[in-house]
Design a protein. Structure first.
Length: 190
């Protein structure tokens, strides 16, 4: 039951984008097309999940035993940067079209505060390794869900007759705000 609560909470109640407002740059930048947002979502799911495992292991088997927990942020950033480089190399080989579509936003996963935030949160919450992986994967799924929903709405808005003053970024920000309020409705679940 505890793991189900972690999953529901991370995906819906405490959605990293709509409740914690982390990862807004890629959320706004890559959400023009559903296909691109799905690719970015998959990359972020991979990076966050693997980063959580590595961050947990480094925290409890290197940083704490050596008494250098103050190095946590720097170590986590280095781990995330290495993982993003790996994803970038793989995407360039496997799916050049997706690699091109993600453009500058792929390397920006390194500085995506959602990725670092998850690594730090799982240490702060003192989760076990399995709880950490569950939390990280669920949070990443919540991020991907936010991207895909928002991209679908943006594609739909491009087809609608939006007043000239609201076209582009203004309607995107209004839509993001409404989505955030809608996700607040899930806060009564957990």
């Amino acid at each position: 039951m505890e793991y189900i609560l972690i999953i529901i909470s991370a995906i819906l109640v405490n959605n990293v984008v709509f409740a914690q407002f982390l990862g807004i740059c890629p959320f706004l930048g890559v959400s023009n097309k559903v296909s691109t947002s799905m690719g970015m979502g998959a990359a972020v799911v991979f990076v966050i999940t693997i980063a959580a495992v590595v961050a947990y292991l480094l925290q409890y088997y290197v940083l704490v035993p050596l008494g250098i927990q103050y190095m946590q942020t720097i170590v986590f950033i280095l781990v995330i940067a290495a993982l993003v480089q790996m994803v970038e190399i793989v995407l360039k080989k496997v799916s050049p079209a997706l690699y091109q579509a993600l453009g500058i936003f792929l390397p920006l996963i390194t500085t995506n505060c959602a990725v670092l935030g998850v690594a730090i949160l799982l240490v702060q919450k003192q989760y076990s390794l399995l709880q950490s992986v569950t939390f990280a994967f669920s949070t990443a799924i919540g991020f991907a869900l936010a991207l895909v929903i928002f991209a679908g709405l943006r594609e739909r808005l491009d087809l609608d007759d939006v007043p000239r003053a609201f076209r582009g970024t203004p309607i995107a920000l209004i839509t993001a705000g409404i989505l955030a309020m809608a996700f607040m409705g899930f806060s009564g679940l957990v």
